[in-house]
Design a protein around this ligand. Structure first.
Ligand SMILES: [Zn+2]
Length: 345
């Protein structure tokens, strides 16, 4: 019996059962317990219930894991500009009005997923183009869509080699989001705009997950980045409700934004929103916190990686099954392998 017990202990603690290793492991466990107690204690001190505080830590840990995965994934920027910068010379390719042949090719790669995945009425965009956005919208707005016209536009700075957005890898996520609006998830009288954006986000994540599972190398990194940002938005929204945006800033500077560029860009964003103020909560909740809850509720209450379920649009007829999202969340190692295999091609 004694032998069996020590064997089990060795199995749990690793190959070595010597006193030195055991002491080291016990010390680590003790430090882990203290850190966890301090973190949960801090969140409870700002009037969060203990289960909510523990959930907040789980979401923060998920964001951290997604960021580490994101950093490990090879860069795969879409060469959407090469030999292609037609700009104000609009033309028609395969029935789509555009100013970029490559953009039309990307539309053809994304739009069919809406036929296959979404149970809403699938629509092929009639127009997609890069447009310079005026003034400060050039920084704030990445894309826009019109449901009535079945058209969408993208921030020209994505293909402007002299701009900060040039070749940023979230472009595919933005395109997928805007094509999602074109499917009929639209602003309308009597509909909460926050519901519309949140529904479009969950649709975008399911499509990006499906593309990733199909081995589309351009989809994997933007998809993981979306999951990280959604989890971060959730954490930030909760801490801001407690009056502790400073805690969020400490967390991301310490654990998420670790390069000089990420840190300086984040801090510049904070300075801007500190001046402008009120719309920030709206953005964080609509694009991050609310779709996070939709995903959580649809995929199972306790563990995002287990159950599979359906999401019903709050303001458009139809549902979408989040099966690819569920599959990818429980096979992230596979997605990482695919990205590595594809980077060698
Ligand atoms: Zn939108």
């Amino acid at each position: 019996m004694k032998h069996k017990l020590s064997y089990t202990l060795r199995g749990l603690l690793g190959a070595c059962g010597c006193l030195g290793c055991l002491t080291g492991i016990l010390n680590l466990m003790l430090i882990g317990c203290i850190v966890l107690t301090v973190l949960v204690g801090g969140l409870v001190a700002v009037r969060m219930r203990i289960p909510d505080a523990i959930y907040a830590l789980r979401v923060a840990k998920f964001a951290w894991e997604m960021d580490r995965l994101y950093d490990r994934l090879p860069d795969q920027p879409m060469d959407i500009t090469d030999g292609d910068m037609v700009i104000d010379n609009v033309y028609v390719q395969w029935g789509v009005v555009t100013n970029s042949r490559r953009l039309e090719q990307v539309i053809e790669s994304v739009a069919p997923y809406y036929h296959r995945e979404a149970a809403i009425n699938p629509v092929r965009p009639r127009m997609g183009a890069f447009i310079p956005f005026a003034g400060s919208t050039s920084f704030e707005l990445l894309g826009a869509a019109s449901c009535a016209e079945d058209v969408f536009i993208l921030n020209y700075q994505y293909i402007n080699p002299f701009a900060h957005l040039f070749r940023r890898d979230d472009l595919l996520a933005v395109i997928t989001h805007e094509i999602g609006h074109v499917q009929g998830v639209c602003y309308a009288t009597g509909v909460n705009p926050s519901d519309v954006e949140a529904a479009t986000q969950i649709l975008t994540w399911e499509i990006l997950a499906a593309m990733s599972a199909d081995g589309n190398k351009y989809a994997i990194k933007p998809f993981v980045g979306e999951l990280r940002d959604a989890a971060l938005s959730w954490v930030r929204a909760v801490l801001r409700q407690q009056g502790h945006d400073d805690w969020y800033r400490w967390f991301v500077l310490r654990f998420i934004y670790t390069t000089a560029e990420e840190q300086s860009r984040a801090q510049r964003g904070w300075r801007y929103w500190d001046r402008i103020g009120d719309r920030l909560d709206d953005i964080i909740i609509s694009y991050g916190m609310r779709p996070w809850y939709y995903m959580h509720n649809a995929l199972g209450a306790q563990d995002l990686r287990t159950d599979r379920s359906w999401f019903k649009y709050p303001n458009a007829s139809g549902t979408i099954r989040l099966d690819d999202l569920a599959w990818v969340l429980s096979h992230l190692h596979k997605i990482e392998q695919i990205a590595e295999e594809k980077s060698l091609e």
